[in-house]
Design a protein around this ligand. Structure first.
Ligand SMILES: Nc1ncnc2c1ncn2[C@@H]1O[C@H](COP(=O)(O)OP(=O)(O)OP(=O)(O)O)[C@@H](O)[C@H]1O
Ligand SMILES: [Mg+2]
Length: 478
């Protein structure tokens, strides 16, 4: 699925970035969180000590002095409290429900117990919404009191902070009521989880990271993409723009491109050498063959003379064939858009003149990009075989996005299975054909296959069920 280098790089980079990002955020968050919890414990303890000592005082002094003490306690330890003694327990609606709150209350109760040296029966602790908080009596709301009284103490603007309310029975019909803000009033309001703006920040960062890695990865892989394109191109057209690859990109890519250019040069030189050698051989053979021919004309024995001339003719056609074979991977012909349908019709017309009927099936949907003369030669070699060795010939064109396939189908005897590979070798002719003396040199198939290979394609032979041979020229579209 993720097969291109580009995609893999991208996955690797983005995956690495995201996971390192998440991990560092997670670590950062845990450190912060544990600090926050420590702060909470500290706060719970401080408040518990203030509230605990208030309770101790209230209980220790006789009823008539209580109002003096109450006044004193309105302002203690940095936090301000509303302290009163009410006739009834005031109902409190819990304002916040979170683990953090429960933990705070637990710490608070534990610290009070520690301060007083005993568990305080009936002590109720809860956090209330200041706008809903009731004071003195169940039907008096804090917000309805004149501002001077208590609102300033407990109501925060603009966002209200939860108010800690502790109530405990200190005597018959006497409920001690303490309400105060935390020293960090919004401690409980902060969410433990990522807030909307944090998420926004994270997503902006991710988008930026993605964009940067996209650019980076493109920059890294571009020379490689060029390299693979050029390699594909050279696969079918080796002479295409010699030293065409630019030496650019990372050191590795530059070295590869250099090696590639060097290889292309060597391959081209090798092919040229081979071609020169073939033409030299066939050319040099011609002179002695002609001489032999002249000499044989002078012979008396007519039977030997006839046989000798026959052998010499064969030799001549082989020498000519060698030149053809050498040229079959004709590297000099340029690539052009070929109209395959038109090519098929040309074959039909040309062979009709020679008395062979060709049936054409299928059409090419768009032109094929290749070497026109070479391709014509390839297919006509196969048609020649079908005409010589088979009968009733058909051409099937099957065009797809990736490949152009041309089938040459006859209804002749076919080729024995064990010979199917062998007939591709140069100068190989099967027994029957030699006897029928079609005049061939046994090079048609090897030339045709060379041409298919030169287009990056392949040529296969298959005996059809029933009878006849099916030759398939399969050419990739690039
Ligand atoms: N369609 C076919 N039906 C049966 N036999 C075939 C067919 N095509 C090729 N052959 C066999 O394969 C051999 C090799 O074919 P190839 O085209 O290479 O050489 P050729 O036809 O003998 O000579 P050339 O093509 O060089 O004139 C042929 O001699 C023939 O025996
Ligand atoms: Mg042939």
């Amino acid at each position: 699925m993720i097969s291109s280098l580009y995609a893999r790089f991208l996955v690797l980079m983005v995956g690495g970035l995201i996971s390192s990002f998440l991990l560092s955020n997670y670590l950062w968050y845990t450190v912060l969180e544990s600090k926050r919890l420590a702060q909470g414990r500290e706060m719970a303890r401080d408040m518990a000590f203030s509230v605990g000592s208030t309770m101790e005082f209230i209980r220790a002094y006789p009823t008539e002095y209580r109002h003096i003490i109450l006044n004193q306690f309105r302002d203690m330890g940095g936090s301000r409290y509303l302290v009163s003694i009410n006739k009834k327990f005031i109902n409190i609606d819990p304002f916040i429900d979170s683990d953090l709150k429960r933990e705070f209350i637990d710490n608070f109760l534990a610290a009070i117990e520690e301060k007083l040296g005993q568990r305080l029966e009936g002590l109720s602790v809860e956090f209330a919404d200041p706008t809903e908080l009731r004071v003195y009596k169940n039907d008096i709301r804090l917000v309805d009191l004149p501002p001077r009284w208590a609102q300033n103490t407990l109501i925060r603007e603009p966002e209200s902070a939860p108010v800690l309310v502790a109530q405990v029975l200190v005597g018959e019909g006497e409920w001690l009521y303490l309400a105060g803000l935390l020293s960090d009033p919004y401690y409980l309001n902060e969410s433990r989880y990522l807030g909307a703006d944090q998420l926004l920040f994270l997503s902006i960062m991710l988008v930026v990271l993605l964009a940067i890695s996209w650019v980076l990865v493109r920059w890294l892989t571009r020379p490689l993409v060029k390299l693979s394109r050029a390699a594909r191109r050279l696969g079918t057209d080796i002479e295409y723009d010699i030293r065409s690859l630019q030496i650019e990109g990372t050191r590795e890519v530059r070295e590869t491109a250099m090696a590639f250019n060097f290889m292309q040069e060597r391959v081209v030189r090798f092919i040229e050498d081979r071609e020169r050698m073939f033409s030299a051989i066939s050319h040099d053979l011609k002179t002695p063959i002609t001489r032999l021919r002249l000499r044989s004309e002078l012979m008396d024995d007519s039977d030997t003379k006839r046989k000798m001339i026959g052998d010499l003719e064969e030799l001549e056609s082989m020498a000519r064939g060698a030149l053809d074979l050498g040229k079959s991977t004709d590297i000099h012909e340029g690539m052009h858009a070929i109209n395959i349908n038109q090519l098929m019709r040309t074959f039909k017309d040309e062979y009709k003149l020679m008395g062979a009927e060709i049936e054409i099936r299928g059409i090419a949907k768009r032109p094929y990009f290749g070497k026109p003369l070479a391709l014509k030669r390839c297919i006509s070699n196969l048609i020649n075989n079908a005409v010589f060795y088979g009968k009733s010939l058909r051409l099937d064109v099957v065009d797809s996005r990736a490949e152009m396939k041309i089938y040459i189908v006859d209804q002749g005897p076919g080729i024995p299975e064990e010979q199917l590979d062998k007939v591709f070798e140069p100068y190989v002719r099967l027994e029957g054909s030699r006897n029928r003396n079609t005049g061939g040199a046994g090079l048609g198939l090897s030339i045709a296959r060379n041409i298919a290979h030169a287009h990056g394609g392949r040529l296969t032979l298959r005996n059809r069920i029933g009878s006849g041979l099916e030759a398939a020229v399969i050419l990739p579209r690039i």
